[in-house]
Unconditional design. Structure first.
Length: 480
């Protein structure tokens, strides 16, 4: 049986994908690895195709002639374009079987099924997808497979849910050889992706990770990680992104892992997401991480006010945020800080103080608008209290949708204004021409490059968004 794996065409709201155009879709390789022993597999990683284009999928549909089209829908915002794609594909190839999975598929299951997706895989995908493909090969029905949803006539049916595997290292190796070979941004070679852990045991109320993976943290063994790194290096890649949500939560295991990287004299650069308290409480771990090639640490600082951090249940503190920045800088690791604009009850002064502190302490400052994501505790709380401006599309573009208290228009105007200030404030401009501390050459180069990339892609993002809005406005008027 032939299986084509893909994801949504690249869209204007994929701003982080523009920032990191060298991170391949590891989830597609994981699913490919789960079935490659009995299926012929092909991956079209659309985020690296032309902007908004589904050309590569159509080409693969006609050249490769798959029996199954499997589409990843990890981001809620992607559901609409996936629905449209499925409708178009089904109109041309009615016998093609379509499957989807991921966070977006969990939240907008009905929309996908009604658009023509045959099966939704709920939750962790590898084993369920394997069983589903086996059932299709054997021409068995889906009723016995745990963790899937489908339409029976007009009725939505969900089979009993499948528990997560205890040991994620026991899952099949990702078939990275099917991923596109992407030129690395920060090193001269090529880039790949690696997963060491899955999930997180914190519960920040805005975060969708724990809504999907539940509150839990599973880590691969050192030997499994070394095997995957071998695979990455043998494919000629010397940089990788960790897809972990919160690197290093199991401190002891992480030490062992990093020590093994060092002992095996493995040469690569890597980038990870990490909590500020993990950094602040474990400076030796960070030193070791830097020695093994950690180049950029993406840290969710969110705010430098303890009150704000309490409101979003971050369970860290402003002191730890500042300490984390210093420790990372001491180890020549680029501090890529994520922040939230518009946290409830945050005063204007509080935000301003936080903003300046962040600009001064991060190498790259990034900010997103406070916007509850469907499925998160915050979304549920606000929805129950009638505080959400609900659209049927569940806030796909992460706008400010909170009702009451603050004006939406003002919030979105201020967000844009501050977004511009991130790049044009004297602090940011000074950072570009005169790095604030003496640093090793290479991280500075990385920092400057990342800052320029951020600026360029943010401008592009706003341009795309504006153009798109203008076009749809014109279209609406024409059709009237
Ligand atoms: C690494 C990462 C990125 C990387 C690269 C992603 C990539 N190329 O794979 C970069 C930095 C480029 C990125 C970009 C973005 N990301 Co991102 N990203 C992640 C992160 C941290 C890990 C993704 C991952 O590989 N997970 C590991 C695999 C194992 O999990 P998985 O993808 O969910 O897949 C499993 C199941 O869901 C299921 N499954 C998934 N797809 C399918 C398909 C089928 C057919 C089947 C059967 C099963 C199945 O099986 C898989 C294996 O078990 C996640 C958080 C997370 N933990 O998922 C956020 C996350 C997915 N990203 C998110 C967002 C918002 C974005 C951006 C939209 C940000 C932006 N504004 O630009 C962009 C656009 C992404 C896009 N095109 O859709 C959000 C989505 C929020 C939401 N609920 O909608 C997440 C959840 C983080 C968060 N909490 O905010 N991202
Ligand atoms: S620490 Fe990060 S991954 Fe964990 S719940 Fe908070 S935001 Fe989500």
């Amino acid at each position: 049986m032939k299986v084509l794996l893909t994801n949504s065409p690249l869209q204007f709201y994929h701003i982080v994908t523009f920032l990191y155009p060298d991170c391949p879709a590891l989830n597609l390789a994981m699913l490919a690895g789960a079935v490659e022993d009995f299926c012929e597999v092909k991956i079209v990683d659309n985020w690296h195709s032309k902007y908004k284009s589904d050309e590569d999928i159509w080409k693969a549909l006609f050249d490769f002639k798959p029996h199954v089209l499997a589409i990843s829908n990890s981001t809620v915002a992607d559901t609409d374009c996936i629905c449209e794609l499925v409708k178009n594909v089904r109109a041309v190839l009615p016998s093609l079987i379509t499957v989807s999975g991921g966070y977006g598929a969990m939240v907008r299951k009905s929309d996908l099924l009604r658009a023509g997706v045959d099966f939704i895989v709920d939750g962790e995908g590898e084993l369920t997808f394997r069983e589903l493909m086996k059932a299709l090969v054997d021409k068995r029905g889906p009723e016995e497979i745990a963790g899937i949803s489908y339409l029976d006539g007009n009725k939505e049916v969900s089979t009993p849910s499948r528990p997560f595997v205890d040991d994620i290292g026991s899952l099949p190796l990702p078939a990275r050889q099917y991923l596109p070979r992407l030129k690395a941004l920060f090193t001269p070679g090529y880039s790949s992706a690696l997963e060491i852990s899955r999930g997180c045991f914190f519960d920040c109320n805005f975060c969708s990770v724990t809504s999907f993976w539940k509150k839990g943290y599973r880590v691969k063994s050192v030997s499994r990680v070394l095997t995957e790194i071998d695979q990455i290096l043998s494919l000629g890649c010397d940089q990788f992104y960790l897809t972990d949500d919160s690197f290093g939560l199991d401190v002891k295991k992480t030490y062992e892992m990093l020590q093994a990287f060092k002992d095996n004299n493995l040469k690569f650069k890597w980038i990870t997401q990490i909590r500020s308290d993990t950094v602040a409480q474990n400076p030796d771990l960070i030193k070791l991480a830097g020695e093994t090639g950690l180049t950029v640490a993406i840290v969710g600082f969110e705010s430098y006010s303890d009150e704000d951090l309490k409101t979003i249940n971050k369970q860290s503190s402003s002191g730890k945020n500042l300490m984390a920045s210093n420790i990372l800088k001491e180890n020549n690791i680029v501090v890529f800080g994520l922040h939230i604009f518009g946290i409830p009850d945050q005063s204007f002064n509080q935000f301003n103080r936080s903003f300046v502190t962040g600009l001064l302490s991060c190498d790259v400052y990034r900010m997103s608008l406070f916007s509850p994501l469907p499925g998160t505790p915050l979304w549920e709380e606000y929805r129950k209290d009638g505080k959400l401006l609900l659209s049927e599309k569940l806030n796909p573009y992460l706008d400010y949708i909170v009702i009451g208290g603050r004006s939406r228009l003002l919030m979105s105007f201020l967000f844009k204004l501050y977004s511009l200030l991130i790049y044009f404030s004297p602090i940011s401009l000074a950072k570009l021409v005169w790095p604030q501390i003496r640093r090793h050459d290479s991280p500075i180069a990385v920092m400057r490059r990342t800052a320029f990339f951020s600026l360029w892609h943010t401008l592009k993002f706003y341009m795309y968004r504006k153009v798109k809005r203008c076009l749809s406005f014109k279209q609406e008027h024409k059709s009237r």
